[in-house]
Ligand binder design. Structure first.
Ligand code: CA
Length: 295
């Protein structure tokens, strides 16, 4: 556990694109991905140890399932992962006819559905979408067109969904129906000028504020439901990708990062690029949701 309010190194892992942190309550470990490094990774704060599992394809996001398995969003769809057997099975293809796209950020909702979006490797405008894996392993297309589907999470009362399509340079919010999963009334909560970074992954804390990672800017911002920035965390690396609360009291904020996109000179200045960071910013997160159903 970190004692500091400012982010410090948790695990020096040199991920290509570290992303998708999620706290595993029953294991008291952090699970996250290296997207283009094609890894699932587990960090144990009690020992400082990191375990990893190569999944053989780009992996954009991962979440625990109630069965003990994991659900992952990969290059061509949704993958069931058995971490004990170290086996994988594609359970629902997504955009399998579009090899120029891959799946990206995702998260489980309170009803046990797993939401994840896609992106074109070349970031072609409008080439992507946001999908939802249901408990019976059917897939709904939730939102399109999208260019670079990224962070999403829900308000504590389950009536709002926050969402980032990075290339819009916006944090948006929808009204949300938790029973049907329907989104409506999309509006912009906060615009982020390009000079302040690319909006990337996010998590909503217990007070309903959004912690948003800003790629390229080395920052995580806390944004109130009214769209006001009331806290900024500075990282020692620029390619900040996402964050999630963990720890026994859900008050440790883990922040992932990437080495992708940095020149040799920049990497020399940021030797911790791609590592996992942690701090105790003085706020608490919420219990992560788990996938419920066919995995
Ligand atoms: Ca991302």
């Amino acid at each position: 556990m970190s004692g500091g309010r400012e982010p410090e190194l948790a695990a020096a892992v040199a991920n290509k694109v570290g992303e998708g942190p999620v706290w595993l309550v029953d294991q008291q470990r952090l699970l996250w991905v290296d997207i283009t490094g094609q890894l699932l990774q587990w960090f144990d704060p009690a020992t400082g140890g990191v375990e990893s599992l190569a999944v053989g394809r780009d992996v954009g996001a991962v979440a625990p399932a109630e069965s003990g398995k994991l659900v992952a969003a990969v290059g061509d769809g949704f993958l069931a992962v058995d971490p004990e057997l170290r086996s994988t099975e594609l359970v629902a293809p997504v955009e399998a006819d579009q090899p120029a796209n891959r799946m990206n950020d995702g998260k489980c909702d309170t009803r046990g559905r797993f939401w994840a979006g896609t992106m074109g490797y070349d970031l072609r405008p409008g080439a992507a979408a946001l999908y939802r894996l249901n408990g019976d392993c059917t897939v709904d297309t939730v939102l399109k067109p999208v260019t670079l589907s990224n962070g999403l999470d829900w308000s504590p009362d389950d009536r709002l969904m926050y969402y980032v399509d990075s290339k819009t340079q916006r944090l948006d919010v929808f009204d949300y129906d938790p029973d049907t999963g329907a989104l409506s009334n999309r509006r912009t909560l906060l615009e982020i000028p390009e000079a302040e970074g690319l909006p990337d992954g996010l998590t909503v804390d217990a007070e309903g504020c959004v912690w948003l990672a800003l790629w390229g800017a080395g920052r995580v911002r806390r944004i109130t439901p009214a769209g006001k920035v009331d806290r900024v965390l500075e990282l020692p690396v620029t390619q900040v990708t996402s964050c999630a609360f963990g720890g026994p009291d859900l008050a440790d904020l883990y922040v992932t990062s990437a080495a992708h996109g940095l020149s040799a000179a920049e990497l020399a200045r940021q030797p911790e690029a791609g590592s996992l960071f942690v701090c105790r910013p003085g706020f608490k997160g919420r219990l992560p949701n788990r996938f419920r159903g066919c995995i």
